[in-house]
Design a protein around this ligand. Structure first.
Ligand SMILES: C[S@@+](CC[C@H](N)C(=O)[O-])C[C@H]1O[C@@H](n2cnc3c(N)ncnc32)[C@H](O)[C@@H]1O
Length: 261
């Protein structure tokens, strides 16, 4: 019997499991991403225009109450969306005039763009000269929002991609510390190992008697370790070892070069 079957047959059990996971597995990356977005929001001039590109369910919209907030998303994934100001493909055309926005945030979207170069050029078009942009994207994360998942980004990719789009990168930082990456690895083991042996896995069935207790022990132990390491990451953001799950870059569109006399 698969895990999903147990939950399909017991919706109450499923609700308890989801609630328990929410209570215990706090995602430190989202905690830090909220902080980056909050600091960016606090630096914004009241009344200016911001675009949330690939906004999804717009988790940071409430941080931008003092500015004029617009969002763009292609809304093609089977998940809940906040209704977007513009339903459009970022790789194609955002239906607004050049230089409309003072600021752009594009959180956890770059990896989903089939043509990131075209999307960055389009974002550069709609950003004012001198306008600023916050970008976050994963370096290390499993496939998600399938089939719209194409790339992962090293810190060295940003400078190259952005300068091609006429944007200058000001800073690149790790989103979370190494404890966050470790926690995520434990979380993956916990999520992907089955709770019960499967009738379909013939090879494993022969040794299920020996393997199953080890699998269950590993699954539960990794859950515990994930909870501990996520919390450690929120207390101690270690950036001098290992590697992050995500990078956050700040960029701007340079002012026009002076005219030759
Ligand atoms: C992982 S979600 C991130 C959502 C939100 N920014 C956040 O931080 O939670 C990626 C979002 O990008 C959107 N997206 C992916 N490819 C897109 C494209 N080509 N054009 C517009 N939106 C796109 C998806 O619909 C999805 O809402």
């Amino acid at each position: 019997m698969q895990k999903s079957n147990i939950f399909r047959r017991n919706p109450v059990l499923k609700r308890v499991a989801v609630a328990l996971k929410r209570l215990t597995l706090v995602n430190s990356s989202r905690y830090y991403l909220e902080q980056f977005n909050r600091r960016f929001a606090q630096s914004m001039v009241p009344g200016s225009m911001i675009l949330d590109a690939g906004a999804g369910n717009a988790p940071y919209k409430s941080l931008f109450k003092h500015v004029r907030y617009e969002s763009a998303d292609f809304e093609k994934v089977d998940k809940p969306y906040a209704s977007s100001t513009y339903v459009c493909d970022l790789c194609d055309r955002i239906p607004v005039e050049d230089g409309r926005y003072d600021y752009i945030v594009i959180n956890q979207v770059l990896e989903h763009l089939a043509n990131p170069g075209a999307a960055l050029a389009e974002l550069s078009r709609v950003l004012k000269r001198g306008g600023r942009m916050l970008v976050s994207a994963p370096l290390f994360y499993e496939e998600h929002e399938r089939p719209f998942d194409y790339y992962r980004y090293t810190q060295f990719a940003y400078g190259q991609m952005f300068s091609r789009a006429g944007l200058a990168v000001d800073s690149i930082e790790r989103l979370e510390g190494y404890f966050g990456t470790i926690a995520y690895m434990f979380e993956c083991v916990f999520r992907h190992l089955p709770l019960l042996p499967s009738r379909k896995r013939a090879g494993v069935r022969a040794t299920a008697f020996l393997v199953w207790p080890l699998v269950v022990f590993t699954k539960l132990w990794c859950f515990l370790l994930a909870c501990v390491f996520y919390r450690l990451d929120m207390k101690y953001k270690l950036c001098d070892m290992g590697f992050p799950k995500n990078y956050v870059a700040m960029a701007h569109k340079p002012a026009a070069p002076p005219l030759a006399s």
